[in-house]
Design a protein. Structure first.
Length: 517
């Protein structure tokens, strides 16, 4: 496939179609979109023989119950719990105080206020109705376990009272009854469904492990929350759903994580709206199955940022890396990550990541939104397929810009800067990597790979190949401008199969050492 020339030349390839490109191009575009969907299934099958993808994409549908949305704290029947340093006073039914700890044993509403120097709020009830904890200006510290611990309940709702600041802090060493017990392991920990709502604010200082952790579903609605955690910031094992929030997370591991790998319908994250700022040593937002972003303003920095990769003289890749990378450990420092599916329909997303900015072990679909990324490895990487239907993508730094076994671009505006390939169909083990790759992904050298461009505006500035397909390349519409490499080991266009262009506008400039047309 590759032919080298002895001299460095400037190659200008301009493909324009007029006259007969009208209706024929439109029909061809529709056909190619349908073909790309069929090809996606074929690629899924081909790739699955090379690597194991256990997660399955989950249709993400979040239902908010009435108690999830109810922030009314004026309940005349509420039990009052007053925290007073080293003691607790209870006025009402359903709660029992014992020194600096209180146990809630019945469903209902509990209004909690005051300061607790070293104590715990425990929920332990078999009632079918929810327990509502109204945090009305609390400062709770517990040195040896979770300050708020839901041991058993059908559902718990924590409501942050309007105009209040609430602080929850744990110690750096927990005490457990025996060696087999390792929970609770978060400053706010629930074994069951947990919802946090209300217009007040919450600060969680997690010095032992995680900040907020639910073993079931976790929903956060309309709240202002800051989490400082030595491990994961916010964790919902079965799912996480957030809307209308203001969340700031500083995490020693993942910022947000849903990790149920036993139930095929769980392990997803849905972000609907709000402002989310995450600084994480590992992944920013990580879902075991599916990740849906349908709105919001999301800002993520992982692993010290894009400058902290081996390609830039950092040191991340010797101690952290991607699954499947033979040169690194299994730790991951990606921005948005899912085991099966990432879908972005709207929102403003800014990512500065040491590893891939957006990553899926399965598929990625981008339908809209404004995405700005700087990546120490790939800008957007999907193991099986990447579909871009719309939105704005501005990739200011990457090793490879867009990467997947199948890439279909139907619309959108993209500006991609890459030190190696701008758009790479197949992966990094194709021998075209320059100076070694910080995070190679495991694709085979051949397979049912395809690049479809059916629309959109794409500008590529690449140090390696501009557009690189280890299979075929079809273009029916759109505008593509490639500022390609100056070294003879790469070219502005590099494809192993056929190249068919029936519409659109393509300009590719770069070295002639691997010229193809």
């Amino acid at each position: 496939m590759k032919k080298f020339a002895p001299l460095l030349l400037l190659l200008l390839l301009i493909f324009t179609l007029t006259a007969c490109a009208g209706n024929e191009a439109d029909a061809s575009g529709v056909a190619n979109v349908a073909q790309s969907v069929a090809a996606s299934d074929a690629v899924d099958t081909a790739v699955s023989t090379q690597q194991t993808v256990t997660a399955t994409a989950v249709p993400v549908t979040v239902e908010y119950d009435s108690e999830d949305l109810d922030t009314n704290t004026a309940d005349a029947t509420a039990t009052t719990i007053t925290l007073a340093g080293d003691s607790i006073t209870v006025s009402g039914e359903g709660a029992v105080a014992d020194g600096s700890s209180v146990t809630i044993t019945a469903a209902g509403t509990y209004d909690i206020s005051g300061t607790l120097n070293n104590g715990q709020i425990v929920v332990e009830t078999t009632d079918a109705d929810p327990v509502v904890l109204v945090l009305n200006g609390v400062d709770i510290t517990y040195a040896t376990s979770a300050p708020i611990y839901v041991s058993n309940a059908e559902k718990v709702v924590i409501t942050l009272a309007a105009g209040t600041e609430n602080i929850v802090t744990d110690g750096d060493t927990y005490q457990f009854p025996d060696a087999a017990t390792d929970e609770p392991n978060a400053a706010i920990f629930s074994n069951d469904d947990l919802t946090i709502n209300g217009s007040g604010s919450l600060i969680v200082n997690a010095n032992y492990n995680n900040g907020i952790d639910s073993n079931d579903d976790l929903k956060i609605i309309g709240s202002a929350i800051t989490v400082n955690a030595v491990n994961d910031g916010i964790k919902g094992r079965d799912s996480i759903a957030v809307k209308d929030v203001t969340i700031t997370i500083n995490a020693g591991a993942d910022g947000m994580q849903s990790n149920n790998d036993e139930d095929a319908e769980k392990g997803y994250i849905a972000i609907e709206s709000g402002v989310i700022n995450i600084t994480a040593e590992l992944d920013g937002i990580q879902a075991e199955t599916s990740l849906l972003v349908s709105g919001g303003d999301i800002n993520i920095t992982t692993g010290g940022g894009s400058g902290n990769s081996s390609s830039n003289g950092g040191g991340v890749w010797g101690g952290r890396g991607t699954e499947g990378n033979p040169n690194t450990t299994t730790e991951s420092v990606k921005g948005l990550k899912a085991g099966a599916d990432v879908t972005i329909t709207a929102g403003t997303i800014t990512i500065n990541s040491a590893d891939d900015a957006i990553h899926s072990n399965g598929r990625i679909t981008i339908n809209g939104g404004s995405i700005t990324m700087a990546s120490g490895d790939d800008g957007v990487h999907a193991d099986t397929s990447l579909v871009i239907n719309g939105g704005e993508i501005n990739l200011t730094q990457s090793y490879e810009g867009l990467e997947s076994a199948l890439i279909t671009i139907n619309g959108g505006t993209m500006h991609l800067i890459a030190s190696d390939d701008g758009i790479n169909v197949a992966g990094g083990n194709d021998g075209s990597s320059i100076n070694g790759r910080p995070g190679q992904n495991q694709f085979s050298a051949s397979g049912n790979y395809h690049l479809y461009i059916n629309g959109g505006y794409i500008f590529v500035d690449a140090g390696g190949d501009g557009l690189d397909s280890n299979g075929a390349f079809d273009m029916t519409d759109g505008v593509v401008i490639v500022n390609g490499p100056t070294n003879n080991g790469n070219g502005p266009l590099d494809y192993m199969g056929t190249f068919n262009i029936t519409g659109g506008f393509l300009v590719a400039v770069g070295s002639s050492g691997m010229a193809q047309a």
